[in-house]
Design a binder for this molecule. Structure first.
Ligand SMILES: *Cc1c(COP(=O)(O)O)cnc(C)c1O
Length: 377
């Protein structure tokens, strides 16, 4: 088998027709208003509110800053319980706010925070839960809400993977106190760099908007220690053009995911993400888990071998955040505390998935994986 002539990356940004972006930029130029809640921001915010089915939404310059502001707006402090199986931005948003992240283990199927493990980790210092809808699979939102209610905790969701996820028809951003979205170029919907916060409680939105703009209330009044989280008009214009292209992008990804499932689903030692009734997942990632014993080689072997064929997969999420030098000394980072997350981190591999990826490329990638099955030294 010959390698792909060009590298196939795990993702490729959705690029709308350049003319569509230029037409919107022409409006921005004509207005001479390039940031600070201009017309493109107003339009994108409204369009996304409708698309995501959330009552209130604030756009941000990126998802990490949105998360920092959410932590502040919810007055989280002391300890916050979170998952080690995520991108560094999740625990960093806590640590940057002077909060101690407390890592607990994940559910073996969804790979999201396990509500029973969360409840066991609560101390008098705990003020909230920061959970991640990893790969766009929703957390056990009811289970987490019950724990939060019993103990008076806030629930903040990192929904960076969960743009179009719905649970029984409800947008993922309607759960918990707030949900962060990331609009980074690598995500399903993007503004090159960008993000947003959805608030279940519309009153919170005002506070979020103030934090996003230095804590300024009016030209002579600054109320709180805010930051600069504003999205520029160029980003919002790009986002509006990307949003127009989203339906065919999602349809193409759905078809590719079905193809992966058909070609890999019966391969011994390969598990795809679970199909859960009532849940429409975002189509941001194609994740497989490799059971080394049954597959015949490890995830790391497969990752390395695929690279030889110019297929550049990613080990999302390895290592666990709890293994980063900045967190590994925390008591909750003890490997014995996180066995399920540890196993997952050793098994997961994200395969290429984006709308412009050719079905024939997916077929060839699956052929390569099939050929490596059981025969890598
Ligand atoms: C991408 C990502 C973020 C960070 O979002 P940015 O918009 O890049 O700041 C946070 N959490 C998770 C889980 C992510 O995948």
């Amino acid at each position: 088998m010959t390698p792909f002539a060009e590298p196939i990356y795990v993702t490729s940004p959705l690029l709308p027709p350049l003319e569509a972006v230029m037409a919107r930029l022409a409006d921005v130029w004509a207005s001479r208003w390039i940031t600070n809640n201009g017309q493109q921001n107003v339009l994108l915010e409204a369009a996304l509110r409708a698309y995501l089915g959330v009552p209130a939404l604030s756009l941000f310059n990126n998802g990490t800053i949105a998360l920092l502001a959410a932590v502040r707006a919810l007055d989280l402090h002391g300890e916050v319980i979170t998952t080690p199986f995520t991108f560094p931005a999740t625990p960093h948003a806590l640590a940057w706010n002077g909060i101690t992240p407390v890592f607990v283990d994940v559910d073996p199927v969804r790979l999201t925070l396990n509500p029973r493990a969360v409840e066991k980790a609560i101390t008098p210092q705990t003020t909230g839960i920061l959970a991640v809808h990893v790969y766009g699979l929703p957390c056990d939102v009811d289970g987490l809400q019950q724990v939060a209610r019993r103990h008076g905790l806030k629930v903040l969701y990192d929904g960076a993977h969960a743009f179009a996820t719905t649970v029984n028809g409800a947008g993922i951003g309607t759960f918990g106190d707030m949900t962060m979205y990331s609009f980074h170029a690598t995500k399903l919907f993007h503004t090159a760099e960008g993000g947003a916060l959805a608030c279940g409680e519309p009153a919170l939105r005002e506070q979020v908007d103030r934090l996003r703009n230095f804590g300024i209330i009016d030209p002579e009044t600054v109320e709180s220690v805010g930051l600069n989280g504003k999205m520029s008009e160029m980003q919002a214009a790009l986002g509006l053009a990307v949003l127009d292209c989203l339906p065919p992008e999602i349809a193409a990804r759905k078809a590719l995911l079905a193809l992966y499932r058909r070609l890999l689903g019966n391969l011994a030692g390969v598990t795809m993400l679970p199909d859960i009734p009532g849940i429409e997942i975002s189509h941001q990632y194609c994740v497989i888990r490799i059971d080394e014993e049954r597959f015949g080689c490890s995830r790391d072997d497969l990752h390395r071998e695929l690279k030889k064929y110019n297929v550049i997969c990613r080990k999302y999420f390895f290592p666990l955040c709890s293994d980063y030098a900045c967190y590994s000394e925390l008591p909750s980072a003890d490997p014995a505390n996180l066995p399920t997350a540890r196993t997952a981190a050793r098994q997961v591999l994200c395969l290429p998935l984006y709308g412009s990826l050719q079905p024939s490329a997916v077929e060839y990638i699956c052929e390569i994986i099939g050929a490596l099955h059981g025969c890598v030294a």
